[in-house]
Design a protein around this ligand. Structure first.
Ligand code: ADP
Length: 546
């Protein structure tokens, strides 16, 4: 159906200009609005900054088919809901909040309005927990439903219903009941991150039927992507990078753990930057304050775990730095997506270390709350992420959009990712001999019960005389020194490729003295063909600078 010919078009256009002060719709906004007003279920897949909020805020103000009902917006983030309610109220829209955090008296007041006979609020923002487990809310919904006064349910961040990936939320599972209990109320689900698997989980989880799927390119052309090997003095490096590029601008630095956030933020403050930490364990009051300082620009840099972000609507974020590798490409895409919502050029820098990969592997392995199936999924996500980091030839956009099954022609990158910037040409490098030697070397280590890490493996192959190696008598291993004339980078590339191809596998175990765990390398499921010399060639494509 052509949205322009819909009976709602006049009302919709009028609200766009009069209430929101906007002139045109962006991609898919109008289609989503018309579909939901017509009573259809809609699944909106839109990149961050694409304008998802308008898709449900605007129809809430329209009458649609029948008399105007209340739009319920389910969102996991209190801060975001606060913001949106405030902004809507400034536009004279009757928007309200229903969360566990607010004063009981506020909830009571809203409750009696909803159960009363007077004018009902237009939009109610509610947490999934409250929607599900508050008896008060269940009564309200049943009352409104019986009177035909529910306009629609909007599920923001709908991917949280999917157990695929790290973002799964228990409280979202209960949203399954909406279709059962309020069968004919239209549902609109929105997300900025949905792989095919997540899409499927959203559709079945919410019980969407005859739904309109709206998706668009997820490419963010104003973002520049780069991955660098993590320098030893990481914080000094980050400080210098910021001072060189964005001394006065706003940014986010993601870290893998809470302690690290606090440490990095402090180090940056000591170096003179206005940085604050943010993670799940800080109290809600401090969270609110940090968020406000950052939004107002008094604090420029937030050093955070992934607890920071979903739904953060700050348009002028100029950079997102990953101090540590994220656990999946979908997550990475989501986090980097918070940069440059205003459409201006912004940077995404990831600092990669193999050790971070092994740390994450270890975390998944030890997580007793994860099912076997989820462990396998998360391991795979992590491997994909690692591969992305170690791939120094393919366009980052091509690789990233691949997760959404979107084909991106690297010539359209126009040198806006590190791999496409290096002027040069591709060559093929034959690493068959090195590969075969390395597999035999790791086999001999395994046979002798000796554990070696990735960097140690490279050293052994190149015959390093490092004390640490000689103390462990690693010169006993087959192929010690065979590669002494080989370029170190070439050996590293080969080893990485063997890991990618699962000829070798990372295995985590405690390291001798430090008490931390380290990643050792052992033979993988595809090693046999190498050991039996059935595999005859390994070719790696590399880009050589011209
Ligand atoms: P998302 O939730 O998809 O990340 P938002 O709904 O927060 O995106 O919108 C991102 C920004 O784009 C906001 O500043 C919003 O005001 C703006 N925006 C949304 N729709 C339009 C439009 N049709 N025209 C101009 N600006 C828009």
């Amino acid at each position: 159906l052509d949205p322009q010919r819909s009976p709602f078009i006049t009302e919709v256009k009028e609200k766009l200009t009069k209430v929101f002060g906007l002139r045109d719709f962006r991609t898919n906004q109008l289609a989503a609005i018309i579909a939901t007003l017509s009573g259809q279920d809609v699944l909106v897949l839109m990149p961050t900054g694409g304008g998802k909020s308008l898709c449900y805020q605007l129809p809430a103000l329209c009458h649609g088919k029948k008399k105007k009902g209340v739009t319920f917006v389910v969102s996991p983030l209190i801060a975001l809901m606060h913001d949106q309610v405030q902004q809507l109220q400034l536009r004279h829209v009757d928007a309200q909040l229903f969360t566990g955090e607010q004063e009981i008296s506020d909830r009571e007041m809203l409750s009696s309005r909803l159960l009363g006979t007077g004018e009902k609020p237009t939009i109610v923002y509610i947490t999934p927990e409250k929607l599900h487990s508050s008896g008060q809310m269940t009564r309200i919904l049943q009352f409104l439903y019986s009177r035909g006064e529910i306009a629609r349910f909007v599920i923001d961040e709908a991917h949280l219903i999917s157990s695929w990936g790290r973002d799964f939320r228990e409280s979202y599972v209960s949203l399954r009941d909406l279709r059962r209990d309020y069968a004919d109320i239209p549902i609109m689900a929105l997300t900025a991150t949905a792989t095919r698997e997540q899409q499927r989980d959203i559709i079945t989880g919410l019980g969407l039927r005859d739904y309109l799927l709206l998706s668009q390119s997820f490419n963010r052309s104003n973002l520049r992507y780069a991955v660098l090997k993590k320098p030893t003095r990481t914080v000094d490096f980050i400080h210098k990078w910021i001072m060189d590029k964005y001394p006065q601008e706003t940014g986010i630095i993601y870290c893998g753990g809470r302690d690290k956030c606090e440490k990095v933020a402090k180090q940056l403050r000591d170096l003179g930057l206005t940085a604050k930490h943010f993670h799940a364990e800080i109290d809600p009051h401090d969270k609110m304050r940090t968020m406000e300082e950052w939004k107002s620009g008094r604090c420029k840099i937030i050093v955070a775990t992934i607890a920071f972000g979903m739904g953060i609507d700050k348009a002028d974020v100029r950079f997102v730095i990953h101090h540590d590798m994220p656990s999946s490409l979908a997550g990475y895409n989501q986090e980097t997506g918070r940069a440059g919502r205003d459409g201006k050029p912004s940077d995404c820098l990831l600092l990669y270390a193999f050790g971070d990969y092994s740390w994450q592997l270890d975390r998944i392995r030890k997580d007793e709350g994860l099912s076997e199936e989820n462990k396998i999924r998360q391991n795979r996500d992590l491997d994909d992420m690692n591969h992305f980091c170690t791939n120094t030839t393919d366009c980052r956009r091509t690789q990233l959009l691949n997760i959404f099954h979107e084909t991106f022609d690297p010539s359209a990158c126009h040198g806006t990712c590190d791999n496409c910037t290096i002027p040069g040409h591709m060559i093929e490098e034959d690493v068959t001999t090195i590969a075969s030697n390395l597999v035999e070397m790791f086999q001999s280590a395994q046979a002798l019960g000796i554990k070696i890490t990735k960097p140690m493996g490279v050293d052994v192959y190149r015959g390093s005389r490092k004390k640490e190696l000689l103390n462990k008598q690693l010169d006993r291993l087959t192929h010690f020194g065979t590669g002494k004339t080989c370029d170190r980078a070439r050996v590293e590339r080969t080893l990485q490729r063997l890991l990618d191809d699962r000829v070798l596998n990372p295995a985590v175990g405690p390291s001798g003295s430090s008490g931390y765990s380290a990643t050792y390398i052992e033979l993988g499921e595809n090693s046999q063909q190498w050991l039996e010399r059935r595999q005859t060639r390994m070719i790696i494509k590399i880009r050589v600078p011209s």
